[in-house]
Design a binder for this molecule. Sequence first.
Ligand code: G6P
Length: 606
Amino acid sequence: MCGIVAYVGPKDAAPILLEGLQRLEYRGYDSAGVVVSNRGLKMRKVKGRVADLAAVVPARFKGTLGIGHTRWATHGAPSDVNAHPHLSADERIAVVHNGIIENADELRAKLEADGAVFLSETDTEVLAHLIARTVEDAESLAEAVRAALKRVVGTYGVAVIDAQRPGEVVVARNGSPIVLGIGEKEMFAASDVAALVRYTRQVVHLEDGELAVLKADGFNTFSSDARETAKEPLTVDWEAGHYDTGGYEHYLLKEISEQPETVARTLRGRLDDRFHIAHLGGLNMDARESRSFRRVKIIGCGSAYYSGQIGAQLIEELARIPSDAEPASEFRYRSPVVEPDTLYVAISQSGETYDTLAAVQELKRKGGRVLGIVNTVGSAIAREVDGGVYLHAGPEVSVASTKAFTSTAVAFALLALHLGRVRDLSPADGRRVVQGLRALPGQIEEILTLEPRIKELAGKYADSPSMMFVGRVRGYPVAREGAQKLKEVSYVHAEAYPASELKHGPLALIGPEMPTVAIVPDDELLDKNLTTLGEIRARGGRVLMVGHREADPRLADDCLVVPRNEIELDPILLSIPLQLFAYHAAVALGRDVDKPRNLAKSVTVE
Ligand code: G6P
């Protein structure tokens, strides 16, 4: 949520900042701005995309130090004036900020009473004014920034420059990510390594409360009480090429198409054919501990939450441990009872979603044992948890999650296999699951060949004002994620219901204008699901069935047949046609597929 980039070194800053902002656009894309220092500050900022900003940055926008920002509005509508950076009145200090300053109104009133004139409606502008007031007498810019941040309540990742100290950038973190990039006689900082990997693979993650001073020849980090901290750089293995569209028209299609490979990567080195178990070294738990849990509670937001529902089902079925999933955003606010014999699992592609991070921190405060299922190595949630499973799915750029969703479900299958095999899951069932998991990448390839047919169906149904998605038990999270994908990228209203609940209310909505996508695997609930289809058709509803066999034309208008795996793993495969369906519906409707309106990928505000 909001992307920050900073540069100091021998090169021109503006092209590096703009390139970095482009990489961070998934975090917010309603306005963007840059400022460089060169005998005074030069700034350009606009409502719109980074490309709109690039168009107004003149060729002679020289300066070897600068900061940039791409915004997802919280305080004040998207506009040129509300875009970051924000300057102090004397144009000496420039600030970019990601997060929310909760006491901004109070600070603003005090500053205004003292003569300050504000130009924007943002919470961020107070920081520029606060820093400018102390910078003259402060020993360093860092000291002035620290003093200002002491007065702030809320979350931030910030980058600050001072026109009178043209050799340094100060960055600080509290709740919103800041990563430093270490170059050759140059330093970078950004909200995410995505903006850095083109220039360096050596990174340092700031912890909450830390501040860093960047100069061309190096950096220093400090704790909130100004003590210097020692940080070991980490080498990231994601490459610049991973962030390109790779010849696809959209990142979303690229990421859907990558799934045979990304699922294979999540599985790599983790399946054992001898004992039919999963090797998950990162769990940091021995067999005895793994046996000790009596419940599993899974938390995550958005698609992560829906993949958690698939996970809960897998753990309950394979390990026979009562399991459920809940939105992390709800969990953290309801003062949850935290029990020692419950295993908590937090899911996050980005590892930075604030609601999920806050839920993990609440759990840790109460002594809960928390595992993370995370894609981004070194991210805040990955660092906070007691152990976990990395997805190794590579960077996910499109705002709507696809490959991280399937890899999370696969990681849960591994966790369920592990927990099952230290309990009562038989070697024979273990073998069945291991073989099923090994078959997934090839079967995903097969599903991807259905794309032309799915495109045709998406075109057929995309002009519906609303769609219903139904599934029973294992199929229900699939239906929820299918509805979520359609809503996110095509803006077509979609409801997801357990097929069993349809007759208890939502059937009233069904008619020719509200088609249903029905998830109908060949499991023990097949007959029940077919009955539901009959009930929908009897009310004039159109049905697109996604399952394992062609349906009786009396029960479904259209049918998508996907390969069958083990019944526990089928939800993973059944999700994939729905991703393609949402993608092609969005394209047919002319939507901004990778950056849907109002959304952002990494939601680092509450
Ligand atoms: C946002 C995105 C969703 C995503 C969710 C969780 O709401 O729009 O697509 O599923 O955050 O993100 P995470 O990075 O924690 O998996």
